[in-house]
Ligand binder design. Sequence first.
Ligand SMILES: C[S@@+](CC[C@H](N)C(=O)[O-])C[C@H]1O[C@@H](n2cnc3c(N)ncnc32)[C@H](O)[C@@H]1O
Length: 265
Amino acid sequence: MEVAPPGVNINVPHSARIYDYWLGGKDNFAVDRAVGEAIIKAIPAMRYMAGENRKFVHRAARDLVAKEGIRQFLDIGTGIPTRPNLHEVAQRIAPETRVVYVDNDPIVLVHARALMISTEEGRSEYISADIRQPRSILTEPLLTRTLDLTKPVGLTLIAILMLLSDEDNPWSLVDELRDAMPSGSILALTHPTADFNPAEVNQAVAAATSAGMTLVARTREAVQRFFGDWEMLEPGLVPVSAWRPDEPAENPEAAYYWAGVARKP
Ligand SMILES: C[S@@+](CC[C@H](N)C(=O)[O-])C[C@H]1O[C@@H](n2cnc3c(N)ncnc32)[C@H](O)[C@@H]1O
Protein backbone atom coordinates (compact mmCIF):
# COMPACT_ATOMS: atom_id res chain seq x y z
CA MET A 1 0.00 0.00 0.00
CA GLU A 2 1.18 3.50 -0.78
CA VAL A 3 1.99 5.72 2.19
CA ALA A 4 1.17 9.42 1.97
CA PRO A 5 3.72 11.91 3.28
CA PRO A 6 2.22 14.24 5.93
CA GLY A 7 -0.29 16.70 4.44
CA VAL A 8 -0.39 14.90 1.08
CA ASN A 9 -3.75 13.57 -0.14
CA ILE A 10 -3.18 10.51 -2.30
CA ASN A 11 -6.87 10.06 -3.09
CA VAL A 12 -7.10 12.93 -5.56
CA PRO A 13 -4.78 13.48 -8.54
CA HIS A 14 -2.36 16.42 -8.41
CA SER A 15 -0.72 18.11 -11.38
CA ALA A 16 2.76 18.20 -9.80
CA ARG A 17 2.68 14.42 -9.25
CA ILE A 18 1.24 13.63 -12.68
CA TYR A 19 4.01 15.70 -14.27
CA ASP A 20 6.55 13.88 -12.07
CA TYR A 21 5.15 10.58 -13.39
CA TRP A 22 5.59 11.69 -17.01
CA LEU A 23 9.15 12.77 -16.27
CA GLY A 24 9.98 9.35 -14.79
CA GLY A 25 10.00 10.51 -11.14
CA LYS A 26 8.97 8.53 -8.06
CA ASP A 27 6.82 11.08 -6.27
CA ASN A 28 3.47 10.02 -7.67
CA PHE A 29 0.64 7.79 -6.52
CA ALA A 30 -1.82 5.38 -8.16
CA VAL A 31 -4.43 8.10 -8.62
CA ASP A 32 -1.87 10.34 -10.40
CA ARG A 33 -0.61 7.53 -12.61
CA ALA A 34 -4.19 6.70 -13.64
CA VAL A 35 -4.82 10.27 -14.86
CA GLY A 36 -1.30 10.45 -16.29
CA GLU A 37 -1.98 7.32 -18.32
CA ALA A 38 -5.41 8.56 -19.45
CA ILE A 39 -3.72 11.70 -20.76
CA ILE A 40 -1.00 9.64 -22.47
CA LYS A 41 -3.77 7.62 -24.12
CA ALA A 42 -5.13 10.88 -25.53
CA ILE A 43 -1.70 12.37 -26.31
CA PRO A 44 0.81 9.56 -26.97
CA ALA A 45 3.67 12.13 -27.06
CA MET A 46 2.87 13.49 -23.57
CA ARG A 47 6.13 12.31 -21.99
CA TYR A 48 8.11 13.82 -24.86
CA MET A 49 6.16 17.07 -24.40
CA ALA A 50 6.95 17.21 -20.67
CA GLY A 51 10.62 16.70 -21.54
CA GLU A 52 10.51 19.49 -24.15
CA ASN A 53 8.93 21.78 -21.56
CA ARG A 54 11.76 21.03 -19.10
CA LYS A 55 14.36 21.68 -21.79
CA PHE A 56 12.79 25.09 -22.35
CA VAL A 57 13.23 25.84 -18.63
CA HIS A 58 16.94 25.12 -19.02
CA ARG A 59 17.42 27.14 -22.21
CA ALA A 60 15.40 30.10 -20.94
CA ALA A 61 17.19 30.16 -17.55
CA ARG A 62 20.54 29.95 -19.32
CA ASP A 63 19.75 32.83 -21.69
CA LEU A 64 18.13 35.01 -19.03
CA VAL A 65 21.30 34.79 -16.95
CA ALA A 66 23.94 34.70 -19.69
CA LYS A 67 22.40 37.10 -22.23
CA GLU A 68 19.96 39.26 -20.28
CA GLY A 69 21.93 39.70 -17.06
CA ILE A 70 19.13 38.39 -14.83
CA ARG A 71 20.44 37.50 -11.36
CA GLN A 72 17.17 36.87 -9.51
CA PHE A 73 14.19 34.70 -10.36
CA LEU A 74 10.65 34.29 -9.10
CA ASP A 75 9.46 30.87 -10.25
CA ILE A 76 5.77 30.17 -9.58
CA GLY A 77 4.45 26.63 -10.05
CA THR A 78 7.86 25.07 -9.49
CA GLY A 79 6.87 21.43 -9.31
CA ILE A 80 8.65 18.53 -7.67
CA PRO A 81 12.43 19.05 -7.94
CA THR A 82 13.81 17.69 -11.23
CA ARG A 83 17.50 18.05 -11.91
CA PRO A 84 18.77 20.33 -13.08
CA ASN A 85 16.45 22.72 -11.27
CA LEU A 86 16.28 26.34 -12.34
CA HIS A 87 18.69 27.61 -9.64
CA GLU A 88 21.23 24.96 -10.64
CA VAL A 89 21.19 26.10 -14.28
CA ALA A 90 21.37 29.77 -13.27
CA GLN A 91 23.99 29.44 -10.53
CA ARG A 92 26.24 27.37 -12.78
CA ILE A 93 26.57 30.50 -14.93
CA ALA A 94 26.28 33.15 -12.21
CA PRO A 95 26.71 31.68 -8.71
CA GLU A 96 25.30 34.79 -7.05
CA THR A 97 21.85 34.22 -8.61
CA ARG A 98 18.93 34.13 -6.20
CA VAL A 99 15.77 32.15 -6.80
CA VAL A 100 12.46 32.19 -4.98
CA TYR A 101 10.35 29.14 -5.76
CA VAL A 102 6.59 29.13 -5.18
CA ASP A 103 4.13 26.24 -5.34
CA ASN A 104 0.89 25.41 -3.54
CA ASP A 105 1.14 21.62 -3.58
CA PRO A 106 2.01 19.90 -0.26
CA ILE A 107 4.13 17.31 -2.12
CA VAL A 108 6.37 20.09 -3.44
CA LEU A 109 6.69 21.45 0.09
CA VAL A 110 7.82 17.98 1.23
CA HIS A 111 10.72 18.26 -1.24
CA ALA A 112 11.39 21.97 -0.79
CA ARG A 113 14.65 21.30 1.04
CA ALA A 114 16.10 19.91 -2.19
CA LEU A 115 15.37 23.27 -3.83
CA MET A 116 17.14 25.26 -1.15
CA ILE A 117 20.67 24.01 -1.55
CA SER A 118 22.55 27.11 -2.56
CA THR A 119 26.04 28.07 -3.48
CA GLU A 120 28.07 30.20 -1.10
CA GLU A 121 27.15 33.36 -2.95
CA GLY A 122 23.68 32.58 -4.30
CA ARG A 123 20.52 31.56 -2.55
CA SER A 124 17.26 29.86 -3.27
CA GLU A 125 14.17 29.87 -1.10
CA TYR A 126 10.78 28.21 -1.20
CA ILE A 127 7.38 29.74 -0.44
CA SER A 128 4.24 27.67 -0.13
CA ALA A 129 1.62 29.93 -1.73
CA ASP A 130 -1.04 30.18 -4.41
CA ILE A 131 -0.63 32.18 -7.62
CA ARG A 132 -4.27 33.20 -7.21
CA GLN A 133 -3.08 35.45 -4.37
CA PRO A 134 -0.25 37.38 -6.07
CA ARG A 135 -0.17 40.05 -3.35
CA SER A 136 0.54 37.47 -0.65
CA ILE A 137 3.45 36.12 -2.71
CA LEU A 138 4.89 39.58 -3.45
CA THR A 139 4.72 40.72 0.17
CA GLU A 140 5.93 37.46 1.71
CA PRO A 141 8.95 38.39 3.92
CA LEU A 142 10.98 35.47 2.56
CA LEU A 143 10.57 36.95 -0.92
CA THR A 144 11.33 40.54 0.04
CA ARG A 145 14.40 39.39 1.99
CA THR A 146 15.69 37.31 -0.94
CA LEU A 147 14.82 39.38 -4.01
CA ASP A 148 15.42 43.07 -4.63
CA LEU A 149 12.28 44.19 -6.47
CA THR A 150 14.00 47.38 -7.62
CA LYS A 151 16.27 45.29 -9.84
CA PRO A 152 15.19 43.17 -12.86
CA VAL A 153 13.58 39.85 -12.00
CA GLY A 154 13.13 36.76 -14.16
CA LEU A 155 9.50 35.77 -13.59
CA THR A 156 8.94 32.20 -14.73
CA LEU A 157 5.44 30.75 -15.10
CA ILE A 158 6.23 27.44 -16.72
CA ALA A 159 3.33 25.08 -17.34
CA ILE A 160 1.19 26.46 -14.53
CA LEU A 161 -1.41 28.78 -16.05
CA MET A 162 -3.34 25.93 -17.72
CA LEU A 163 -4.26 24.82 -14.22
CA LEU A 164 -6.27 28.04 -13.73
CA SER A 165 -9.72 28.36 -15.27
CA ASP A 166 -10.84 31.48 -17.12
CA GLU A 167 -13.01 32.22 -14.06
CA ASP A 168 -9.79 32.62 -12.04
CA ASN A 169 -8.85 35.33 -14.57
CA PRO A 170 -5.21 34.27 -14.92
CA TRP A 171 -4.55 37.34 -17.13
CA SER A 172 -5.28 39.76 -14.31
CA LEU A 173 -3.18 37.65 -11.90
CA VAL A 174 -0.23 37.75 -14.31
CA ASP A 175 -0.81 41.51 -14.87
CA GLU A 176 -0.50 42.04 -11.14
CA LEU A 177 2.75 40.08 -11.01
CA ARG A 178 4.15 41.93 -14.04
CA ASP A 179 3.18 45.30 -12.57
CA ALA A 180 5.22 44.54 -9.44
CA MET A 181 8.38 43.97 -11.50
CA PRO A 182 10.79 46.79 -12.38
CA SER A 183 11.80 47.76 -15.90
CA GLY A 184 14.17 45.24 -17.48
CA SER A 185 12.40 42.28 -15.84
CA ILE A 186 11.68 39.25 -17.98
CA LEU A 187 8.65 36.97 -18.14
CA ALA A 188 9.16 33.44 -19.46
CA LEU A 189 6.21 31.11 -19.79
CA THR A 190 4.89 27.99 -21.45
CA HIS A 191 1.28 26.99 -21.91
CA PRO A 192 -0.36 23.93 -23.50
CA THR A 193 -2.55 24.53 -26.53
CA ALA A 194 -5.03 22.70 -28.74
CA ASP A 195 -3.83 24.79 -31.72
CA PHE A 196 -1.63 22.02 -33.18
CA ASN A 197 -3.78 18.96 -32.52
CA PRO A 198 -7.30 19.76 -31.28
CA ALA A 199 -8.51 16.13 -31.26
CA GLU A 200 -5.74 14.81 -28.99
CA VAL A 201 -5.65 17.81 -26.69
CA ASN A 202 -9.40 18.02 -26.26
CA GLN A 203 -9.47 14.33 -25.33
CA ALA A 204 -6.71 14.95 -22.75
CA VAL A 205 -8.61 17.90 -21.30
CA ALA A 206 -11.73 15.72 -21.05
CA ALA A 207 -9.75 12.99 -19.24
CA ALA A 208 -8.38 15.51 -16.73
CA THR A 209 -11.75 17.15 -16.24
CA SER A 210 -13.50 13.86 -15.60
CA ALA A 211 -10.89 13.18 -12.89
CA GLY A 212 -11.92 16.46 -11.24
CA MET A 213 -8.95 18.52 -12.40
CA THR A 214 -8.84 21.94 -14.06
CA LEU A 215 -6.86 21.82 -17.30
CA VAL A 216 -7.32 24.52 -19.91
CA ALA A 217 -5.63 24.52 -23.31
CA ARG A 218 -5.36 28.07 -24.69
CA THR A 219 -4.95 29.58 -28.13
CA ARG A 220 -1.87 31.50 -29.20
CA GLU A 221 -3.82 34.75 -28.92
CA ALA A 222 -4.93 33.95 -25.36
CA VAL A 223 -1.39 33.01 -24.34
CA GLN A 224 0.08 36.14 -25.98
CA ARG A 225 -2.15 38.27 -23.73
CA PHE A 226 -0.23 37.09 -20.65
CA PHE A 227 2.72 39.20 -21.81
CA GLY A 228 0.73 42.48 -21.92
CA ASP A 229 2.81 45.26 -23.45
CA TRP A 230 6.19 43.68 -22.68
CA GLU A 231 8.56 43.30 -25.63
CA MET A 232 8.75 39.76 -26.96
CA LEU A 233 12.34 38.53 -27.30
CA GLU A 234 13.36 36.55 -30.36
CA PRO A 235 11.88 34.28 -31.68
CA GLY A 236 8.56 35.44 -30.15
CA LEU A 237 5.74 33.18 -29.00
CA VAL A 238 6.51 29.87 -30.70
CA PRO A 239 6.04 26.12 -30.19
CA VAL A 240 8.16 25.22 -27.15
CA SER A 241 10.63 23.10 -29.15
CA ALA A 242 11.25 26.05 -31.50
CA TRP A 243 12.32 28.50 -28.78
CA ARG A 244 16.08 28.85 -29.36
CA PRO A 245 16.56 25.08 -29.74
CA ASP A 246 20.02 23.57 -29.24
CA GLU A 247 19.23 21.33 -32.22
CA PRO A 248 16.41 22.34 -34.58
CA ALA A 249 13.39 20.10 -33.86
CA GLU A 250 12.21 18.01 -36.81
CA ASN A 251 8.58 18.88 -36.07
CA PRO A 252 8.31 21.73 -33.54
CA GLU A 253 4.53 21.30 -33.38
CA ALA A 254 4.91 17.78 -31.97
CA ALA A 255 4.97 19.29 -28.45
CA TYR A 256 1.72 21.13 -27.90
CA TYR A 257 2.95 24.08 -25.87
CA TRP A 258 3.39 27.73 -26.71
CA ALA A 259 6.53 29.27 -25.22
CA GLY A 260 7.70 32.85 -25.07
CA VAL A 261 9.96 35.29 -23.26
CA ALA A 262 9.38 39.05 -22.97
CA ARG A 263 11.09 42.05 -21.38
CA LYS A 264 9.47 44.91 -19.47
CA PRO A 265 10.25 48.19 -21.24
C1 LIG B 1 3.02 20.86 -14.54
S1 LIG B 1 3.82 21.41 -13.10
C2 LIG B 1 5.11 22.42 -13.79
C3 LIG B 1 6.42 22.38 -13.01
C4 LIG B 1 7.54 23.26 -13.57
N1 LIG B 1 7.16 24.66 -13.63
C5 LIG B 1 7.96 22.81 -14.94
O1 LIG B 1 7.41 23.32 -15.91
O2 LIG B 1 8.82 21.94 -15.06
C6 LIG B 1 2.69 22.64 -12.48
C7 LIG B 1 2.98 23.10 -11.04
O3 LIG B 1 2.15 24.22 -10.72
C8 LIG B 1 1.69 24.06 -9.37
N2 LIG B 1 0.45 24.82 -9.19
C9 LIG B 1 -0.77 24.51 -9.70
N3 LIG B 1 -1.68 25.42 -9.33
C10 LIG B 1 -1.02 26.34 -8.56
C11 LIG B 1 -1.42 27.50 -7.87
N4 LIG B 1 -2.69 27.91 -7.91
N5 LIG B 1 -0.48 28.22 -7.19
C12 LIG B 1 0.81 27.78 -7.15
N6 LIG B 1 1.25 26.66 -7.79
C13 LIG B 1 0.35 25.95 -8.48
C14 LIG B 1 1.49 22.57 -9.24
O4 LIG B 1 1.47 22.17 -7.89
C15 LIG B 1 2.68 22.03 -10.01
O5 LIG B 1 3.79 21.83 -9.18
